[in-house]
Unconditional design. Structure first.
Ligand SMILES: *[C@@H]1O[C@H](CO)[C@@H](O)[C@H](O)[C@H]1NC(C)=O
Ligand SMILES: *[C@@H]1O[C@H](CO)[C@@H](O)[C@H](O)[C@H]1NC(C)=O
Ligand SMILES: *[C@@H]1O[C@H](CO)[C@@H](O)[C@H](O)[C@H]1NC(C)=O
Length: 491
């Protein structure tokens, strides 16, 4: 399939060149090829934040993102991640696949977070490899996967395929005292705020790349910042910002998780003691502070693109690998839970043919990113990707209306859903699921619910038994987008 696509590309190119041959001197073939690739392909700057929520004011510090991306482009207000945990979600973003298909099931090497099986399989099929094969110059800086650079899997010498420029962070998010793989060579960083603060280093490398680029080839740049992940270390100049704020007291803030919640939610001291609540507030402020540096980076990159006249031909995409909770249902701080705070993420995009200043409610998930990027680049979407391209939706000037179905699913429909998601080899009992809400747009629905035990969730992922390969079956929600779910909003 890919060979055939390359074949078409070269066939098209050959026809183009032979036409040009008769009207121009023949020695400019390589220049023509560069122009051919260039003229037809947009650039991309993909900014991926770490653990940034959208529900608990996570976008508050992003004045430049609002002004330079959202206001000039489109916000997808119903963006979710199918697996709100760094490594599984990032692996889904890179491959366009659900966790049960790429099998990076947790943040450990043994769970294939940057593990051997990941390197031998899914890593060779990320959007980067496709973009690279089709003539893109690809650039990556920042956090990749939590176990990247581990000695057991090749250390920092291992540069994932598809990336021409590689500045990969060894291990999990940090702000100081880290190792970067600079195209396979270790580069150590200390604690000098000017030279070592990771978000700033990412920003500088990005600007250097743009500065050096002749833009003969289209480029894809991924800026994968550590903010707002632990250890929540702001740049010194921002250490005093937001001091008067505290974590939002949502309706479910610091209340006991009831019997209806799954097992994990009912562990721990509930409600939280005062010192823990203070810690939650402190983390809330520091998360926002770390994001201010990201917002500066966005401004610098956009301004530079404008100076070199590449801005109008560049898609800027801003999103996060998962959300975060801060005190909801007495869970102090983390992600990985099946609730709005954790699964809902920011998503905004600007670029060619994207309407400006629009908000679209169309429901999307992290697996849609890879197919959307390839589609916007004019590359055919490989069949193994589970996600769908959002291209037609994000280039519309009118939002597709969505309807929300809340706790109103009749018994027969619930029975239907149960049957649909029974996993071979597992008793129906274990599969009991409470449906909380369904969000539908045309034939696309995203269904939210809770399984009765989180222990089961892990098992389910490991067995890789899915009733239908395209259905997502982790803890969090089931994505029914390939099937008309037949559920209508109650009047
Ligand atoms: C990750 O998954 C692997 C494989 O199932 C398992 O052995 C390991 O304990 C898991 N790690 C964590 C932290 O859950
Ligand atoms: C960085 O490492 C040094 C030396 O090990 C240590 O003293 C310092 O506390 C660390 N700083 C941070 C911010 O991690
Ligand atoms: C951060 O705080 C400083 C000092 O109060 C203020 O001048 C600055 O505008 C704040 N920056 C942002 C981006 O909010």
């Amino acid at each position: 399939m890919e060979c055939r696509q390359i074949g078409y590309l070269f066939l098209g190119f050959a026809v183009f060149v032979s036409v040009m041959y008769w009207s121009s001197p023949s020695h400019i073939h390589s220049e023509l090829r560069a122009q051919y690739i260039k003229k037809n392909r947009p650039n991309f700057v993909f900014i991926l934040t770490d653990d940034q929520d959208v529900v608990l004011d996570g976008m508050l510090p992003m004045a430049n993102v609002r002004k330079l991306i959202a206001k000039e482009g489109l916000t997808l207000s119903n963006s979710f991640v199918a697996s709100p945990l760094c490594c599984p979600s990032r692996s889904s973003i890179l491959t366009g696949q659900y966790v049960h298909n790429h099998m990076a099931i947790n943040n450990s090497l043994s769970g294939q977070c940057s593990g051997t099986r990941w390197q031998m399989g899914p890593e060779k099929r990320t959007f980067a490899t496709h973009l690279h094969n089709y003539g893109y110059e690809t650039f990556f800086a920042g956090k990749y996967l939590n176990q990247y650079g581990h000695e057991k899997v090749g250390g920092v010498k291992h540069v994932p395929p598809g990336w021409d420029w590689w500045f990969g962070l060894k291990g999990n998010s940090r702000y100081y005292n880290y190792t970067l793989s600079v195209n396979g060579m270790a580069e150590e960083h200390g604690t000098d705020p000017d030279k070592d603060y990771l978000t700033k280093v990412i920003s500088e490398r990005a600007l250097e790349f743009l500065h050096k680029s002749s833009f003969e080839k289209p480029f894809f740049m991924m800026l994968s910042v550590p903010s707002a992940h632990a250890p929540f270390t702001p740049e010194p100049k921002y250490s005093g910002n937001f001091s008067s704020l505290r974590a939002p007291r949502t309706e479910n803030f610091n209340i006991k998780a009831g019997e209806g919640k799954h097992w994990l939610m009912r562990q721990g001291v509930q409600p939280l003691p005062d010192d823990v609540v203070n810690k939650v507030d402190d983390v809330f402020r520091n998360r926002l502070r770390t994001l201010l540096t990201v917002d500066d980076m966005v401004k610098d990159v956009v301004e530079y693109l404008e100076v070199v006249d590449e801005l109008k031909n560049t898609y800027l995409i801003f999103t996060s690998d998962n959300g975060y909770h801060l005190g909801q249902f007495s869970q102090p701080l983390d992600k990985r839970e099946p609730y709005e705070t954790d699964i809902r993420v920011p998503f905004t995009i600007r670029g060619p043919n994207i309407p400006s200043g629009m908000v679209n409610t169309f429901p999307t998930t992290n697996i849609d990113l890879a197919p959307t990027i390839l589609d916007l680049a004019g590359i055919r979407i490989p069949k193994y990707m589970d996600g769908v391209s959002l291209k037609s939706e994000i280039t519309k000037t009118k939002s597709t209306g969505v309807h929300v179905v809340l706790n109103s699913i009749s018994l027969s429909e619930e029975e239907l859903l149960k049957r649909e998601y029974q996993i071979p080899g597992y008793p129906q009992r274990v599969m009991r699921m409470r449906v909380e809400a369904i969000l539908c747009a045309e034939k696309t629905c995203v269904l939210f619910g809770e399984l009765e035990s989180s222990a089961f969730i892990a098992k389910l992922l490991i067995t890789n038994q899915c009733y239908r390969t395209r259905l997502f079956m982790m803890a969090i929600f089931i994505d029914l987008r390939f099937h008309h779910c037949g559920v209508r909003a109650k009047a």
